[in-house]
Design a protein. Structure first.
Length: 101
């Protein structure tokens, strides 16, 4: 059972970056998902996929995995590049692209 340690991505539903500061330890699925023939819902016999542990730092998550003897991999942290824009740039005289409206 392999554990993945990663920093969660920003939600696509809002512009804020809440809940992206900590680190998550989650297990890879041990069994494939199967569609239920009656309802069409997916089901699995692996309950470890429901476990998500939260940590403040990456070192805490790695220490927890080592204490428990878990095989783990640390996924790289990808910081997003912020592009600072102002609304007034849409109407600037030295605009790089011509106004299309």
């Amino acid at each position: 059972m392999l554990a993945r340690i990663f920093r969660p991505a920003k939600t696509a539903m809002q512009s804020g970056r809440a809940n992206t500061k900590g680190w998550i330890l989650a297990f890879e699925p041990g069994a494939a998902r199967v569609a239920d023939p009656l309802m069409g819902w997916t089901q699995t016999t692996d309950t470890d996929g429901q476990i998500r542990l939260s940590f403040d730092t990456r070192e805490e998550a790695v220490a927890y995995a080592r204490r428990r003897g878990l095989a783990f991999e640390v996924l790289p942290d990808s910081e997003t590049k912020r592009i600072v824009k102002a609304y007034a740039d849409n109407f600037a005289f030295q605009r790089k692209q011509p106004w299309t409206h």
